[in-house]
Design a protein around this ligand. Structure first.
Ligand code: SF4
Length: 62
């Protein structure tokens, strides 16, 4: 399942990268982005990052 980080909303706190480094990484602009899709092995971690993001910038993408 694909994950999307809204670049206009992300404040670059790095929380999601710490929670699931398989999927999230910081880009050159200091914002998080999803470098790959989530799979069964990290789906719960990604959902945790979605729930924990202080500005609700992370979303599942259909
Ligand atoms: S947790 Fe949210 S605000 Fe923080 S880096 Fe990730 S997407 Fe950006």
């Amino acid at each position: 399942m694909n994950v999307m980080v809204d670049q206009n909303t992300c404040i670059g706190c790095g929380l999601c990268c710490g929670m699931c480094e398989e999927v999230f990484e910081m880009n050159a602009e200091g914002k998080a982005e999803a470098c790959r899709s989530a799979d069964d092995g990290n789906r719960d971690q990604v959902q945790g990052a979605i729930d924990a993001c202080p500005v609700s910038a992370i979303h599942w993408e259909e």
